[in-house]
Design a protein around this ligand. Structure first.
Ligand SMILES: Nc1ncnc2c1ncn2[C@@H]1O[C@H](COP(=O)(O)OP(=O)(O)OP(=O)(O)O)[C@@H](O)[C@H]1O
Length: 243
């Protein structure tokens, strides 16, 4: 569980508050969609919650621990099992989908990872995870030849193979055609439910949040303007976020 209390953030030297006194709670197993207009602070909020970005004031409590009071090692332990997926996932485009996923098993063996020394068992395990995200038939294809949606699924497979308990995804469907976008969101939702993973994602498209999330967090000018169980928003609720 993550609890944020009055999180405030500026990007110095600009004194403008990009996040202003943000308070929220994320429960285990939720699929939380952070929505809002361009520049409203969605990505900054996601990055602060994922402990990828420092904040200026306020508290972030993860599973009962006040993260601000933890040293770097304890912070790293808090983040164990957390995976942050960038809008454009960082993948080795010259290697196959299978190699990209299998190498995630070697994050504790940097030398083997660098040399690409993946055992037969690790390959088999990676195949299993590619199957889980519906990419078994693309296992031997170079990642550079895959579509944006397929790359997102590889990023998800990499997260799963590392034993993710929490996935933070920044705009996972931006730039995808509608069909791929729906399929990525459907997969994220199904995988989260099946593997009991909490997912927090920023989304430009409100209809995707309404359809796939369990909760919608609407951000406007760095503040939480709406925090409700996901459903089709009323025009008044839309106005609170986008007017
Ligand atoms: N690293 C940074 N340094 C300085 N300012 C930043 C930085 N990152 C974001 N900002 C500013 O903070 C504000 C919020 O940015 P953020 O990326 O969080 O918004 P967003 O809602 O995700 O936007 P978009 O939907 O356009 O991606 C913007 O005005 C942006 O210019």
């Amino acid at each position: 569980m993550i609890i944020a209390r009055n999180i405030t953030k500026t990007y110095k030297p600009d004194p403008r508050e990009v996040l202003s006194k943000v308070s929220l709670q994320i429960d285990d197993g939720e699929l939380v969609a952070i929505v809002g207009g361009s520049g409203s602070g969605k990505t900054t909020l996601l990055r602060c919650l994922a402990l990828q970005e420092p904040w200026d004031s306020g508290q972030l409590i993860v599973n009962g621990e006040d993260v601000g009071k933890l040293g770097p090692i304890a912070r790293r332990l808090t983040r164990r099992g957390w995976v942050y997926i960038e809008e454009k996932p960082q993948l080795d485009v010259r290697s196959s989908a299978l190699k990209n996923v299998a190498r995630s098993l070697l994050f504790h063996s940097p030398v083997r990872a660098l040399a690409g020394l993946v055992s037969k068992n690790e390959h088999m395990e990676a195949m299993d995870y590619l199957e889980r995200v519906g990419l078994l038939d693309k296992a031997h294809q170079k990642v550079g030849q895959l579509s944006g949606g397929e790359k997102q699924r590889i990023a998800v497979a990499k997260a799963l193979i590392q034993g993710a308990t929490m996935i933070f995804a920044d705009e996972p469907v931006s730039g995808l055609d509608p069909e791929s976008a729906h399929s990525v969101m459907r997969d994220l939702k199904a995988i989260g439910k099946r593997e009991n993973i909490t997912i927090v994602t920023t989304l430009h498209k409100l209809d995707f949040a309404e359809r796939y999330a369990t909760r919608i967090l609407g951000v406007k000018d760095g503040r939480i303007a709406l925090d409700i169980p996901a459903r089709t928003l009323t025009s008044r609720e839309r106005e609170l976020i986008f007017s």
